[in-house]
Write a protein that binds this ligand. Sequence first.
Ligand code: ARG
Length: 659
Amino acid sequence: MNFRSLLRERLTAALAGLAPEAELSSLAELVVPSQDPKFGDYQINCAMALGKSLKRPPREVAQELVNRLKVDDFCNPPEIAGPGFINLKLKDDYLVGLLAAASGDERLGIAPVARKKQYIVDYSAPNVAKPMHVGHIRSSVIGDSIYRTLKFQGHNVVGDNHIGDWGTQFGMIIYGFKHFRDDAAYRADPVAELSRLYRLVNQLVGYFEAKEELPKLRQKLEYATAALAAAKNVAPAGDKNADKKNAQALKKAESDVKSATEAVGEVEKKLAAIDGDAALSALAAKHSRIGAASLEETAKLHSGDEENLKLWREFMPPCLEALEETYRRLHVTFDETLGESFYHDRLAAVVEFYEQKGLARESDGALCIFLPGQDVPMLIRKKDGAFLYATTDLATIQYRMERWKPDAVLYVVDHRQSLHFEHLFAAAKLAGYEGCDFRHISFGTVLGKDGRPYKTRSGDTVGLKGLLDEAVERAATIVAENDERNPEGPQLSADERRRVAETVGIGALKYADLSQNRTSDYEFSYDKMLAMNGNTATYMQYAYARVRSIFRRGGVDAAALRAKNVSIVLGTPAERNLALGLLRCEEAIELSTADFRPNQLTTYLFELANYYSTFFEQCPVLKAETSELRDSRLMLCDLTARTIKLGLSLLGIDVVEQM
Ligand code: ARG
C-alpha cells in the first residue's frame, strides 16, 4: 500500500472547491511522512500555503480541510497542530488487515501499476576488448536495479546492452594483432592477449600524440606563468570591489598554472614511459605511423575488408564470453545485446533521413545537425565519410522506436556524456519522437581515498574482476570470523562459507554503489562496504539471516505459520513502527522509480532493519508471554525477512540463510 498516494488522493478531493484550481496539484503534494511519531504517521502541510492564497488564518483553513477530509476508513480523527499542520495516524486495525493480506501474497500486497508502460533500459555497455572497469560497474548495477524494479512494478521492460563492439579500439587491436601478437599467449588466453595488444598500441599512439602536444602545453604553461606574475604585481586598488576582483583574478591565475603544470607533467610521464624503455622506444621508432595506421584499420573494418572482418569475427566470441562471466558473477542480465556493430548497416540510411528532412546540413565538409538552443552542432558524418558514436545512437533510437515503441528509454551512462545525450534527445525530438521520454540516468565517478578516480597502485584503472575477487576475499574473512564466534559453534562447511562469501562480497559491492545518490561521486572503500553495522548489504543480509535463525531455533515452519490465520498484535510502539515500516515498501519502490534512484530503496531498507533491530531488542519472540503473542511476533519477523529479501532482490542482491 502506498499510504502517501492514498492520502494525496483524499486530500485532492478535500481541496476541490476550496483551493484555486491551479494550485490543487502542488498543494496535494504536501503530504509527508511525519518525522516524529508524536505527530502521527503522516502530515498534511498545505494549510499554511492555502491560507496565504485564500487570505485566511491557516489554522482555520486546516480546520476546514479536516472537516472535508474523508479518511475515517483508515485513519484516526486528524489532529491540528502548531500553525496548521494536520497530523494523521493510521488505524491499527487497518494496518493489521494489510499485514495479513501482505503475508498471504507473493508480492507482499504490493499491487502492480495500473498503467503499464514500455521501457527500454540501456545499461552496462562496456567497450569490448578494453577491460571493463569500476565505472562500468555503476552502469551495470544501477541499470540492473532499475530494470528489476520496473519489472516488479509490472511494466514491460527491455534491458539492452549497447556494447561498444565496433569502435576505434578495434583498429588498434587489429594493428596490434598484425604486428605485435604473441601467438602462444593468444592461444592460451585470447582476451588477455587482445587486451595487452590494445594497451600497447594505445600507449604508442598516446606517445606520438603526447609528443605533438607537449610544445603546445609548455607554451600554455609559459603564458599561465607570465599571467600569474602579472597578477601578483597588481598594486592594491584601494577600492573594495576592485581588490576583490584582483584577488579573484590572482586565484584563477594560480589555478591555471597548477592545471597547466599538471598537464605538462602528465604528458612528460607518458613520454618518459616509452623513452626510458629500450624495447618500447625501438617499437615506437619502427611504428611512427601507428595512430593513422590504426585508424586505417578501423576504416577498413567498417568498409568490409575481408581480412579485418575475419579478425573481428574471431575476436568477438571470447571477448563476449569474458563479459558474460562477469555478468554471471554480478547476476546482471539483459534481454538484448545489440552492440554498435549491429547498427552499422543502418547508419547511411539514418544520415540520409536527417539530410532529407532538412535537419542535417554540411559544414566544413562534415554533416551536422543544428539543434535549437545548442551552440555546438551534433556531428553525424565526418569529413572523411566516417560515422560517429552519435550516428550509431541515432540509428539505435530509430530501431528501438520501430521495434518496441517505447514510452521511455533510460540511458544509464556516466555524467561525462551528458552533452552527448542532450544533443541526442534533441535530435530525436526533431525526428518526430516527441512522445517518448528519453532520459539520461547519469551517475558520478568512483573515487579512491585521494579523491581522484579510483586506480590501482600501478596507476591502471581497476579491472572489474580484481575488484570482485578482492571484495569476496574480504567477505570470506568476515564470514569465517562470524561463524567461529557463533555461541553454538561454527555452523558452516568450507563450501558453504565460500558460497556465503561470494554473496556477501558481491552484495556489498553492489549495495555500496546503489546506496549512493547516483549523481554524486563516491569514495570506494572495502571497509565501509563490508561493515556489519550501517547502511550496507552486509548489515541487511545479517538482519535477514538473524530472522531466519529465529525460525530455525524455534523449529517454526514459516509457511505453516502463514497458513494459520494469526492475528497480529501491535501492542508496543516497536511493533507498530515495524509494522508501518513493512507496509511502506510500496511507497519506497514508487519513490525509487519516480526519478530512477535505487538509493531510495536502500534508505528504506536501512530504516526497516533499524525498526526490526529495536523490535528485536524490546520484544521477546520465541519467549513471548503467550503463544498468540509469539505467533504475532513471528509473523512480523517473517514479513521482515520477506520484505528485506524482496527489497534486496530489486537491487540485484541475494540473501543467505546463515552467515
Ligand atoms: N560504450 C559506451 C562507453 O563505454 C557507453 C554506451 C552507452 N549507451 C549508448 N546508447 N550510448 O562509454
